[in-house]
Design a protein around this ligand. Structure first.
Ligand SMILES: Cc1cc2nc3c(=O)[nH]c(=O)nc-3n(C[C@H](O)[C@H](O)[C@H](O)COP(=O)(O)O)c2cc1C
Ligand code: SF4
Length: 478
């Protein structure tokens, strides 16, 4: 038996939706009427250091576990980028995670820096622009960035698909999960100097390929994010706040030197909490007490509406001093607390039943983002975790932007199932209900089982893909 919560699809009217929020003791910005362009708040342009974005929708980075073993895009990768272009969103936040070192690939099919990267990036960007033009849209106000990453303790770089974690510091819970047989190797300061140089090199290639910004990724438990909580680490890249932000500052300095004019963004997990595991009835429970959990950056103890954001504020202040205005806020990690990061009705196969109504996870990310946007008004802030809102995403997204709770509404899973949702909203069309992401999590379960990612239930292309049968078998055996 698992815990179940009212389904969003069953909340047929705005009144039902708002009553459900009230029953949960929470609320969300909500516009009863969704406006079309040009009046819609979501249709207004936004000036950023990377160029003018023609509207307030962003596509969040989403990889597909479908590159070649030598880190190059395949037709599946290209299809995804084309569909990102067709969506009508005018800010492409990163495309997908692009590893800058082989040992930092989250899976053997992740895109990775190599001898053909510049040409590959030109092609992916062209695919995206083609998609945008095919949708009848002008590309002059389309802003495209590339997300640069090292997967740290979540590295599985080789075709054997085995975890080969590389940590920022030893962690009492997470080390056991990724390396039950022994300690996780900790990257040295020299490794991090090398990593910074490769981030800079990748940024240079991205700029040559026509991207106008790069995201130096600091989220989801990957290396950049883990370094922010490396309080126990000795040496130049840990300890005090200056040490924990050194990788970012050193990398920004290098990018400014070697790729002048390229804008820089940061995707940040704005808050975090203890790792969760399956508990009674498979419902998620904290593995250690969230009260004194010393490893979070922006610690949420599970009791307050808003996490402790002192670290986050200090980090956003650093971004201001570095001249960075592009920030995408997300939370937690898809590996150790997925209900915080990616609220869903159905957990991925290696996850747990949600310990709270997933709507609360959405509300938390939206509330934290709004608070930080108000405190850092000069930053261009993209929000995340809207997909679980489903039918009510446009009403909430419009209200958030109208009330200044974020500059841009970021879309993740929803564009895998329903890529042209932004166009439908801006054109005043009713939503195509059959395409609305219902958070089945197959796009996460598939890669966790070594398969390509895609929306298997709702995108006919993936429904017909050979990995669909393998996914069903993997789920049946789970
Ligand atoms: C299949 C899949 C791949 C993802 N890949 C990335 C990634 O490469 N980089 C990243 O920062 N986030 C990644 N994410 C997280 C999303 O960008 C986003 O934060 C998350 O899905 C929550 O937004 P949503 O509710 O709109 O889906 C991925 C999510 C999914 C479902
Ligand atoms: S598989 Fe499709 S419906 Fe399920 S979460 Fe992913 S995008 Fe949404």
């Amino acid at each position: 038996m698992s815990r179940s919560y009212p389904r969003i699809a069953a909340l047929k009217t705005a009144a039902h939706f708002e009553a459900h929020l009230a029953a949960l003791g929470t609320s969300l910005p909500f516009d009863a009427v969704v406006q079309a362009a040009p009046e819609s708040p979501l249709a207004q342009p936004l000036d950023t250091s990377a160029g003018r974005a023609g509207n307030r929708f962003a596509i969040l980075p989403m990889e597909g576990w479908d590159g070649t073993f030598d880190g190059r895009p395949t037709d599946l990768t290209r299809r995804r980028w084309q569909r990102f272009g067709e969506s009508g969103a005018k800010l492409i936040w990163g495309g997908e995670a692009f590893a800058v070192r082989h040992d930092g690939r989250a899976n053997p099919n992740q895109l990775c820096l190599g001898p053909t990267s510049e040409a590959d990036l030109v092609q992916l960007r062209d695919d995206l622009l083609d998609g945008h033009r095919r949708a009848g849209l002008d590309t002059a106000d389309l802003v495209i960035g590339l997300q640069l990453t090292h997967s740290g303790r979540y590295s599985r770089p080789d075709p054997d698909k085995r975890p080969k974690p590389l940590a920022a510091y030893p962690h009492p819970v997470l080390d056991r999960r990724v390396s039950p047989d022994g300690p996780v190797p900790v990257l040295t300061d020299d490794d991090l100097d090398d990593l910074s140089a490769r981030l800079v090199h990748a940024a240079v290639l991205a700029q040559r390929a026509g991207f106008t910004f790069v995201d130096v990724k600091h989220c989801h438990g990957y290396l950049g994010h883990e370094l922010l909580s490396a309080r126990s680490r000795d040496g130049r890249f840990g300890g005090d706040f200056a040490g924990r932000t050194r990788l970012l500052r050193q990398t920004v300095e290098g990018i400014r030197r070697d790729a002048p004019g390229l804008a820089i963004g940061v995707r940040l997990s704005a808050f975090d909490t203890t790792p969760f595991r399956k508990g009674i009835d498979n419902v998620g429970e904290p593995e250690t007490s969230p009260d004194d959990y010393a490893y979070a950056f922006g610690r949420w103890d599970g009791t307050t509406a808003i996490p402790d954001l002192d670290d986050t504020r200090a980090f956003l202040t650093v971004l201001g001093t570095l001249g960075i205005d592009l920030v995408c806020l997300t939370a937690g990690s898809p590996y150790y607390n997925p209900h915080i990061q990616r609220p869903a009705t159905f957990p991925p196969s290696d996850g747990y039943q949600p310990p709270e109504d997933p709507l609360l996870g959405v509300c938390r990310q939206i509330a934290v983002t709004a608070l930080l946007k108000r405190e850092f008004p000069h930053l261009r802030i993209v929000g995340s975790a809207y997909s679980y809102l489903q039918d009510w995403l446009p009403n909430v997204g419009q209200a958030v932007v109208r009330t200044g709770g974020a500059d841009v509404v970021g879309l993740g899973r929803m564009v895998l199932s329903y890529p042209d949702l932004p166009l439908d909203v801006l054109r005043g069309q009713p939503l195509k209900r059959k395409l609305i992401c219902r958070t089945f999590s197959d796009c996460t379960t598939a890669p966790r089982n070594g398969l390509v990612s895609g929306c298997f239930p709702l995108d006919p292309f993936y429904t017909a893909h050979p990995d669909h049968a393998r996914l069903k078998a993997a789920k049946a055996g789970a």
